[in-house]
Design a protein around this ligand. Structure first.
Ligand code: ACO
Length: 368
């Protein structure tokens, strides 16, 4: 049996949720090109699209928004976990993982709504606790994204900020068989519950090779500081064998289509010519040139995380919130995959190739 490290090029599932064409640089979400839908739809519309296969009409949308809004409050036991985690100054993504793990599981349908509706509440509550502030109760009148910003900052956000964050969450809502989605599907394939699946998915997401990249992108931009330093800084990283965060992708061999959508959304938050955005454009150009020099023919291009960092920073969010925000967007995709996996009802059980010793013999401990 052939061995494919990382299951590269192995089709592990069929899905109607999203299609990634890494050669052309195309992402299709339930039939819609990303560029067509991400900057227009509300987050609730995107969730409905993934879960039901169609965009809701006005009546369905109102009902769906109401159903989600009704599930936003965090149970007291989960809030207690967040308070303890804040006392220990645990990272935001670890606290989110702990709080999600503590949510009671009932049935798939209500778990699905609970996970999508409560994740923003968990992130916002924990962030405030870390700042020594009290969590803010969700406002059921506000939409999903406006309410998230309200719970974080305690004031109603402007439309431009809601739109920009919505575009981000829509952009990352689903992306084929990535590592965290696969994790969720493996867990559900054992007939385990959705809460367990999303807890595992968060664990997979936080790694620096997956959803943990945008924080380091900002650190790199800040360390470079000025366009004049970009080339020497990046060269040094590559010389020492480090990876440049925000570049390269397991599937895309051309520019990640999500980068353009996020770059457009980020631009308006950086008005000044000499600011981070201008620096980022220069760093991007230099990084791509150097990657071709150091890794010729690998076709390493900008990925989603580079402009995620810019957009979320432009929205005034701290880098510690970047990966949790990714989870807030992706959770609806994870849940949609859990639903698909549930309907397949086939446990994942790949093979492994044994490379260990063939014929050891037992030796009592006193003779070893
Ligand atoms: N910087 C430097 N070298 C790189 C980078 C990078 N960003 N990305 C890949 N390479 C190198 C690999 O080490 C490999 O080198 P080799 O052929 O000499 O062994 C070569 O380029 C080819 O790598 P790929 O097969 O194209 O990449 P792979 O599938 O192994 O990894 C990954 C993909 C993990 C995303 C990688 O590009 C990476 O680590 N990027 C930086 C981290 C990052 O931005 N992650 C976010 C990805 S997007 C997301 O998950 C939401």
């Amino acid at each position: 049996m052939p061995y494919s490290p990382g299951l590269k090029d192995i089709v592990a599932a069929e899905t109607r949720l999203s299609h990634v064409d890494g050669e052309v640089g195309e992402l299709v979400i339930a039939g819609y090109p990303l560029e067509e839908i991400a900057e227009r739809a509300t987050y609730e519309e995107m969730v409905h699209l993934l879960w039901h296969g169609n965009l809701p009409d006005k009546v369905d949308l109102r009902r769906f928004k109401g159903e989600l809004a009704a599930c936003r409050s965090i149970p007291r036991s989960s809030l207690e976990i967040l308070r303890k985690a804040a006392n220990e100054r645990r990272s935001v993504i670890d606290a989110v993982r702990m709080a999600v793990a503590s949510l009671p599981s009932t049935d798939d349908e209500s778990d699905a709504r609970t996970l999508v509706a409560r994740l923003p509440s968990v992130v916002a509550a924990y962030w405030r606790l870390l700042q020594g502030k009290q969590p803010i109760e969700p406002d059921p009148v506000l939409g999903h994204v406006a309410n998230l910003l309200y719970m974080l900052h305690g004031e109603n956000p402007g439309e431009d900020r809601v739109r920009a964050l919505t575009t981000y969450l829509n952009t990352v809502i689903d992306h084929g068989m990535n590592a965290s989605t696969f994790t969720a599907r493996v867990i559900v394939s054992t007939r385990s519950d959705f809460i367990s699946a999303i807890t595992g998915a968060i664990g997979a997401l936080k790694g620096p090779l997956h959803g943990g990249a945008p924080g380091p992108v900002i650190s790199v931009l800040e360390a470079i500081g000025d366009v004049g330093n970009a080339e020497s800084y990046l060269r040094e990283k590559l010389e020492s064998g480090e990876r440049l965060m925000g570049f390269g992708h397991a599937v895309y061999r051309v520019r990640d289509p999500r980068a353009d959508v996020l770059s457009r959304a980020a631009r308006s938050f950086f008005a000044d010519e000499h600011d981070l955005y201008t620096l980022a454009l220069h760093v991007e150009k230099t990084a791509i040139k150097l990657l071709e020099e150091y890794k010729p023919g690998r076709r390493l291009q900008t990925n989603v995380e580079f402009y995620t960092a810019l957009l979320l920073k432009g929205l005034g969010l701290h880098p510690d919130l970047f990966t949790p925000m990714f989870a807030v967007g992706r959770v609806a995709g994870w849940v949609a995959h859990c639903m698909e996996q549930r309907s397949v009802d086939r446990i994942f059980r790949p093979e492994s190739r044994y490379t260990g010793i063939e014929s050891n013999r037992w030796t009592p401990v006193e003779d070893r």
